[in-house]
Design a protein around this ligand. Structure first.
Ligand code: FE2
Ligand code: FE2
Length: 181
């Protein structure tokens, strides 16, 4: 995992959760269940989980298409991304469970086109996550100061920046597109 940039470090340092002790999970004596102390954080994490699972499933579809169209290098890249998106989703799920909630099953239609279109779509979607979706998640997460959720979201955000760079590089370098014999 790469180190955070100076800008990200300032962002993290400025977040007030570092200035205050962590919130403890209160136990509901009657139910003997962890009391949900981070309702808005959980909502954000659930959206992030859905977004990551959707990306994971799309990339799996793109892998199959790229193999059919004989673009093994692109299939390999999409496969690596599908794993990465699943790791992000699993991390969100773990924190959601830890905070006393559960994830919903994801019923999402997958739109798979030809590989060139899939490259364009994935660049757009990665860019949207980098520029809009993740800054929005982080802004909302700051309110309840759940440190684990914020740090996890920062790492996923950074990972999407790597995806976007890689997919752009692949799309702009047709010579890197190999074929099966
Ligand atoms: Fe992701
Ligand atoms: Fe991504």
């Amino acid at each position: 995992m790469d180190k955070f940039s100076r800008r990200e470090f300032i962002y993290l340092s400025a977040s007030s959760f570092l200035l205050f002790p962590h919130r403890a999970y209160a136990i509901d004596a009657e139910q003997n269940q962890p009391k949900i102390d981070y309702p808005n954080t959980i909502l954000v994490l659930k959206k992030a989980f859905k977004s990551e699972m959707t990306a994971h499933k799309h990339y799996l579809g793109y892998v199959e298409k790229a193999l059919t169209e004989k673009f093994p290098n692109i299939a390999y890249m999409f496969h690596a991304f599908s794993i990465s998106e699943k790791v992000h989703a699993d991390n969100y799920k773990r924190i959601i469970n830890k905070l006393g909630s559960k994830t919903d099953s994801i019923m999402q239609l997958i739109d798979v086109r030809d590989t060139k279109s899939n490259l364009i779509t994935s660049t757009k979607n990665e860019l949207k996550k980098i520029k809009t979706i993740y800054p929005n998640f982080l802004h909302k997460l700051e309110i309840e100061e759940c440190e684990e959720a914020i740090i996890n979201c920062m790492y996923s955000w950074k990972s999407h920046r790597q995806h976007e760079e890689k997919v752009k590089e692949m799309g702009s370098s047709p010579e890197s597109v190999g074929e099966y014999d």
